[in-house]
Design a binder for this molecule. Structure first.
Ligand code: AKG
Length: 283
């Protein structure tokens, strides 16, 4: 990994903001040329997924099978502008626990979908079966915006800032599909990224803009947490460096290595110890 990524480490102000709000917007995370490559790759995956899964033109595509489809998706796994922020939040004992690519089509004029909200925290039963309050963070997702959602009404990612510390939320009439007090659209321009805490109450929304909304989500969690989706990088594995392989769940030589890793199981640890001097790493 190139040492130049260190200029993108989580700053103290970013850490405070992330801890307070449960998310962080990183503007201009992706240069224009990279966005173009990602859009092309996304459009190919969109066409393929609609065909294979028989998804209609007005339905959303949500696929976990996309990493191995293009080098552009592989390049985001250890992406230098974002990975230092992720390890700044979670530390080095991490890998990808889930990645998904979402394409939200334009709502047709006669749509009955309304706002199309569905508030939730990530990772299912983890939110019932942990006895501590507030429940632990455990994982974050990085969302890369490949279409412009810098104004409301564009299928924006929605969040309730600060709600990552609220294990229980009340929704009007218990309905998680409605807008809720405190809920806000994230105004993320094309090429920006949003890191969010898995506990943050968040939602997708129907897209009433003039172009499909395209977002790639990369979830990073502790290596000892059960994965929630494939991390199939196919032919790209051969060319990956040790840190990328750690992030893609390279199995340790001994099963204990998921929880008690040896240095060779977690090359990101050695890299950080060698290159990061200020100790501002991890929770
Ligand atoms: O697509 C969105 O805006 C929301 C994504 C989401 O809910 C999730 O990643 O859990």
């Amino acid at each position: 990994m190139d040492r130049r990524c260190l200029k993108y480490c989580l700053t103290p102000a970013e850490r405070r903001s992330f801890n307070r709000n449960g998310y962080l917007i990183v503007r201009d995370a992706l240069p224009k040329a990279r966005v173009r490559k990602l859009i092309k790759a996304t459009e190919r995956v969109d066409v393929k997924t609609r065909k294979v899964e028989r998804i209609g033109p007005d339905e959303r595509v949500h696929t976990r099978e996309f990493l191995g489809e293009d080098q552009a998706f592989i390049d985001l796994i250890a992406y230098p502008r974002l990975l230092p922020k992720v390890w700044g939040i979670l530390g080095w004992n991490i890998h990808i626990y889930l990645a998904h690519l979402d394409v939200t089509p334009i709502e047709p004029p006669d749509s009955k979908r309304g706002v199309g909200l569905g508030w939730h925290q990530d990772t299912g039963r983890v939110n019932q079966e942990m006895e501590t309050r507030p429940r632990p963070r455990l994982s974050v997702k990085v969302a890369y915006f490949l279409s412009d959602t810098s104004e409301p009404g564009r299928g924006n990612f929605h969040v309730i800032p600060g709600s990552q510390l609220k294990d229980k939320m009340t929704f009007p009439r218990g309905d998680r599909k409605r807008m809720v007090n405190g809920g806000v659209p994230i105004l993320a321009p094309k090429g920006s990224a949003v890191i969010f805490d898995r506990r943050l109450w968040h939602s997708a929304r129907a897209n009433y803009w003039t172009e499909p909304r395209k977002v790639a989500f990369y979830g990073y969690g502790y290596r000892w947490l059960q994965a929630r989706g494939p991390c199939d990088v196919g032919k790209f594995w051969e060319k990956m460096d040790p840190i990328e392989r750690q992030l893609c769940r390279n199995p340790p030589s001994d099963v204990h290595g998921w929880t008690s890793p040896k240095d060779e199981d977690v090359p990101l640890k050695g890299w950080i110890e060698k290159n990061v001097k200020n100790g501002l790493v991890g929770p």
